[in-house]
Design a protein around this ligand. Structure first.
Ligand code: BGC
Length: 785
């Protein structure tokens, strides 16, 4: 009996043990059990914890909290919530497009966490060099991984619909092919490190004024041909881990709750498998609403439309979603589908792989990467009598313009990087062996310092990160002093600077157009130096388009340096001295006048004092598609950029004159000048326009030569498929390449067509039939050719 009892006791212990074991086993662990098993085991609360982020670190809603938040990476923009019971870890998201944006210093910690400030988006894109962009992406990706971040919230590839968009510096182009190809290369570079990207802001986030709520009225054709095409290219070519939805509405529906956008197009048509997250508080009608007690986005619509994750997440969103799940008011299948996307993403991360990051990326090597990338994106707009390169190191260089002494590495907001240093223009020129006029330096340095401190204080008072940007007025220049400097120095350099960023669009006056102080500076410096037969070189340290037509004739050379990252001054000096031959070309039009812009009458929308609606009446005629079709002369056209050498185009050949399903186009480019250089070659196609009206020609391919020594040539080959010839025909919900005669135009710019040749297509080709999407919510007249 005793023995039996003992036996029973042992059995009981074993049995108890096995009961405990099964309870533990009942909670499947991510990575061990299948994703579906994990989802099945989740309570509604756990589901919601994953679908709605835990808020922005260091903030309650948008109210900053005291002290350092308890996060893995200080300065991260967010990440998903953890669910410990199921072995689901937190992962880390951080901005942004010009490099990793994290806090460089931490409390009670002697180490620093600086990241490299790379050239801004416009600068990178102006290189038209996808190999180079991939290298930049690799360098950025290393910083992402080595600082313990899982996803970089970049690249940003919205279309430059209007030059005043405050975030154009983050974006690439007015042309979707350029935007898509640059973004693909960027994503490939970063993701080669097994960390993620987030292509943003999907889609049609083309202004900052009322960005959280503005309703953009856009035809399906403009959506598909212009505003979605770049994203489509990036999704199909580079498979970004995540997509960030835009704030705005498209035809009455928030992008983050837009089933056409997120499910029909992105998932069903493009086959996207990754994770979709909102922009920060996307779906709320404005930032102020976030702090309102009862305010909440339409979480059910967002979930069902296919926006997997709500970032950074609010308690109200969590409460609303739990309620909807418990009451059966949200489609359960949609919830589980979204969870699947989130969990599949998490499984890919370095966090799950338990990657031991070093907090020590190779910043030195990356400084070299950014220095080179910046030079390649610089666009030589004007170079009268070979004013550049300026090779003489004799005498002094008279450097004007506040910005020369405090170079702008990049824009503001989430696209701003916390870099260790920025090389100013005078530092760069000094490093390259030039002697800078000392009197000017002594006057400018304290002036700029004081004015900058004042402006920074103002921005801080206006809310810091999302504050508007005001330009520092130019230091007044005394006429006599100028006459003296024109005699004593060899050449004048003037920098014109601009900055902008999130939450605010740029202004027409004193921003797009130069301010009176700047015009005065250009006039007086030019008069004084030209009187002494000395040259005046303008450096544009800007993030987006400005007016150039009224003043460019007054100076000898204009180098568009963009916001060139932390090595900016060195990069400019490389081009200034001729160590590097500029090979960038414009990825957007520089108009003669703001009112020439096709969207000028419809930006940023109506009513003017508080725009709620914006009508994309220009339709597909954005940028050069408008200027070139309607013969509006720009100051500098899309695709334009000079070089220190010259190129000759020859041997335009086709693989066939009668298109079946593809055509190979080749052309020879020869360096006919005296120095080595690279050339960007642009392939435009003019298509028959019987079914629908079309732009006079559209960019369908581009390439860049290797460095060509004088006398050397290279053959570039491009393949055009039916899709590259097609337009979206709304009446048929299809992409169709129309039968007829096509003209291939090989351009050094969109207006400088070097060679052209025709081929024919005998029958219409329906390339793809798609869903009928993006119905207009109002009647709208659109521009027709
Ligand atoms: C911006 C995004 C950014 C996010 C997180 C938003 O305000 O629009 O581009 O990634 O904040 O910082």
């Amino acid at each position: 009996m005793k023995k039996n009892f003992k036996k029973l006791g042992l059995f009981a212990v074993v049995a108890l043990g096995s009961v405990q074991l099964t309870t533990a086993q009942k909670a499947p662990q991510l990575g061990k059990a299948s994703v579906d098993e994990v989802i099945k085991a989740m309570t509604p609360e756990e589901k919601v914890d994953l679908l709605v982020g835990p808020g922005m670190p260091g903030y309650a809603g948008l109210v900053p909290l005291e002290g350092e938040p308890d996060v893995r990476v200080l300065g991260q923009a967010g990440g998903n919530e953890e669910v410990n019971r199921l072995g689901i870890p937190k992962t880390v998201f951080a901005d942004g497009p010009a490099g990793l944006r994290i806090q460089p210093k931490r409390e009670n910690n002697p180490n620093t966490y600086y990241a490299t400030a790379f050239p801004v988006g416009t600068a990178l894109a102006s290189s038209w060099n996808t190999e180079l962009i991939e290298e930049v992406g690799k360098a950025m990706g290393e910083e992402v991984k080595e600082y313990g971040v899982d996803v970089l919230l970049a690249p940003a590839l919205n279309i430059h619909r209007n030059p005043l968009n405050g975030r154009n510096f983050e974006y690439y182009s007015e042309d979707p092919l350029v935007a898509g190809k640059i973004a693909s290369a960027y994503v490939k570079g970063i993701q080669s490190h097994d960390v993620g990207t987030s292509i943003k802001h999907f889609a049609a986030n083309n202004q900052e004024t009322n960005r959280l709520s503005v309703n953009a009225h856009i035809t399906e054709r403009a959506m598909r041909e212009i505003y979605l095409r770049g994203f489509e290219i990036a999704v199909k070519e580079a498979q970004p881990w995540t997509v960030m939805t835009a704030y705005n509405k498209i035809n009455g529906v928030y992008a983050s709750a837009n089933e056409d956008l997120l499910t029909k197009v992105l998932r069903d048509e493009w086959g996207y498998k990754g994770l979709v997250m909102t922009d920060w508080f996307g779906g709320y009608p404005g930032f102020t609403s976030i702090n309102e007690k009862t305010s909440v986005s339409d979480v059910v619509a967002q979930m069902e439309a296919g926006n997997d994750l709500l970032m950074p997440g609010t308690q109200n969103q969590k409460d609303a979603l739990i309620k909807a799940i418990k009451e059966g008011k949200v489609d359960e299948a949609a919830i589980d589908r979204n969870l699947r996307h989130i969990l599949n993403y998490i499984l890919e991360t370095p966090t799950v792989a338990k990657y031991k990051y070093s907090d020590d990326p190779d910043l030195k090597a990356h400084a070299e990467v950014t220095r080179n990338a910046a030079t390649e994106g610089m666009v030589l707009l004007k170079n009268e009598d070979n004013a550049l390169p300026y090779t003489s190191k004799k005498g002094t260089v008279a450097v004007f313009g506040d910005t020369s002494y405090d170079f702008i590495a990049g824009g503001t907001g989430s696209g701003d990087v916390n870099e260790a240093y920025t090389v100013s223009l005078i530092e760069g020129l000094t490093n390259a062996g030039y002697t800078i006029d000392n009197d000017l330096q002594e006057a400018y340095v304290p002036f700029v310092k004081e004015a900058t401190a004042k402006e920074m204080k103002r921005r801080k008072e206006e809310g810091g990160l999302l504050a508007s940007v005001q330009r520092i007025p130019e230091m007044p220049l005394d006429k006599e002093m100028l006459a003296e400097k024109a005699k004593s120095s060899e050449v004048a350099v003037i920098t014109i600077g601009r900055n902008a960023g999130e939450q605010h669009d740029r202004k027409i006056n004193n921003d797009f157009y130069l301010g009176q102080d700047e015009i005065k500076m250009i006039n007086s410096v030019s008069d004084a130096f030209h009187a002494e037969r000395k040259k005046v070189i303008v450096i544009l340290n800007i993030g987006g388009v400005i007016e150039t037509a009224s003043w460019k004739d007054k100076v000898d050379a204009v180098l568009l340096a963009w916001q060139a990252g932390q090595e900016g001054g060195n990069s400019v000096a490389d081009v200034f001295s001729g160590a590097k031959n500029p090979s960038g070309k414009l990825t957007m039009t520089f108009p003669m006048d703001y009112n020439n812009e096709p969207s000028a009458a419809n930006f940023p929308g109506v009513p003017a004092n508080d725009p709620k609606e914006v009508f994309y009446e220009e339709d597909v005629y954005v940028g050069y598609r408008y200027f070139n079709t309607f013969n509006v002369k720009p100051s500098y056209e899309f695709g334009f950029g000079k070089s220190y050498t010259t190129f000759e185009y020859s041997d335009l050949k086709f693989s066939t004159n009668n298109f079946k399903d593809e055509i190979e186009v080749s052309v020879k480019v020869k360096n006919t000048g005296k120095v080595a250089g690279k050339e960007v070659v642009q392939v435009y196609v003019a298509a028959p326009a019987k079914m629908v009206d079309k732009p006079s020609a559209e960019l369908r391919a581009f390439g860049k030569t290797k460095v060509l020594k004088p006398g050397k040539s290279e053959k570039l080959t491009f393949t055009l498929k039916a899709r590259d010839l097609a337009s979206f025909v709304d009446a048929k919900s299809a992409w169709i390449a129309e039968k007829g005669t096509y003209t291939v135009k090989i351009g050094a710019s969109s207006l400088d067509i070097k060679m052209a040749k025709n081929f024919t297509l005998d029958q219409d080709i329906t390339v793809e039939e798609v869903n009928n999407t993006f119905d207009l919510d109002v009647e709208m007249e659109t521009l027709k050719n």
